[in-house]
Design a protein around this ligand. Structure first.
Ligand code: HH2
Length: 288
């Protein structure tokens, strides 16, 4: 008998998880650390989204607020001005679910109404008290990411006894918030928050030690793309971090991650497909 298909339930459908799922990043912000200001017209944003789908993205993750360390919050109206026209235009034609990267329930609600299927909340439903309800009412998928403090204050809070255990324990209240609001278990994905209140060694450790997070019983997403910890290991600037990003994703896959949020979709999809094919050929799971 074939085992039941693993899926992530999202608004209006599912994201299959029987092979690695890549989320293509589309930052419609002037100040994101690596692609800020690049997709400043609707046409450019749509073209980039289609190119990422073509390259194998299972989801497009669109954001209108930078969460890089030290970033200042953006008012909901401004966030909506940046992302809503894209969601309205892309949802009917893209062919994959759209995820909205926001901490604001107002932004999430408007984007879900316009056809988005997933909310990627880096505050794990803690920033906006209405967020859990908005996700539940829409039947959306949700990504619950670990961080401490806010992007403004998080860097000072990167002290852990055991980063893998601490991250998993600190995400539990978010899972409870989701369950209390009526969000189904199979709509929830967790994320260790690479680079969010994490020193380089914490991010590197988390890529190898996802066990405590996996023990929470939800699929795990990682977002290492072009991040600072890669720059610190390799001594290279943001635009030269592709190979480091690819290695980080493959390592996290071998440690049990199912979803990967990246800027460079094609190379990461290829690398993960090789890793998955090798695991399947060996017939003994990912770590054998
Ligand atoms: N990282 C960033 C933003 N959103 N969401 C999840 N779930 N996981 C992450 O690791 C994650 C995230 C930061 O990266 P980026 O979007 O490239 O930059 P910026 O926040 O400057 O827009």
């Amino acid at each position: 008998m074939t085992p039941p298909r693993r899926v992530w339930r999202v608004r209006g459908g599912v994201v299959p998880l029987d092979r690695p799922a890549v989320l293509g990043i589309l930052n419609l912000t002037p100040d994101s650390f690596s692609d800020g200001g690049r997709w400043s017209t609707l046409d450019a944003a749509l073209a980039q989204a289609h190119a990422m789908v073509e390259a194998g993205a299972a989801v497009i993750d669109v954001g209108g607020e930078s969460t890089r360390p030290g970033a200042r919050p953006v008012p909901a109206e401004e966030e909506l001005r940046r992302v809503l026209p894209f969601v309205e235009a892309a949802a009917p034609e893209l062919g994959v679910p759209i995820s909205i990267d926001t901490r604001s329930a107002t932004v999430a609600r408007a984007c879900l109404d316009a056809g988005a299927a997933i909310v990627n909340d880096v505050s794990a439903l803690a920033h906006d008290p209405e967020m859990a309800e908005v996700v539940a009412e829409a039947g959306a998928g949700v990504i619950l990411m670990h961080m401490r403090g806010t992007p403004d204050t998080m860097n000072a809070q990167a002290r852990y006894a055991d980063v893998a255990e601490d991250v998993a324990r600190e995400l539990r209240p978010a899972l409870e918030r989701a369950a209390e609001a009526g969000i189904p278990e199979d709509a929830v994905v967790t994320d260790p928050g690479i680079g969010f209140a994490k020193e380089t060694d914490h991010s590197l450790t988390l890529l190898r030690r996802l066990g405590p997070l996996l023990a929470l019983g939800r699929p795990v997403l990682v977002g290492p793309s072009r991040k600072r910890f890669l720059g610190e290991v390799l001594g290279v600037d943001t635009e030269e971090r592709l190979h480091g990003t690819v290695s980080a994703c493959v390592m996290a896959y071998l440690a049990g991650a199912d979803l990967f949020r990246v800027h460079d979709v094609g190379p990461v999809v290829q690398a993960l497909n090789v890793a998955a094919a090798s695991a399947a050929a060996a017939g003994a799971g990912r770590t054998a």
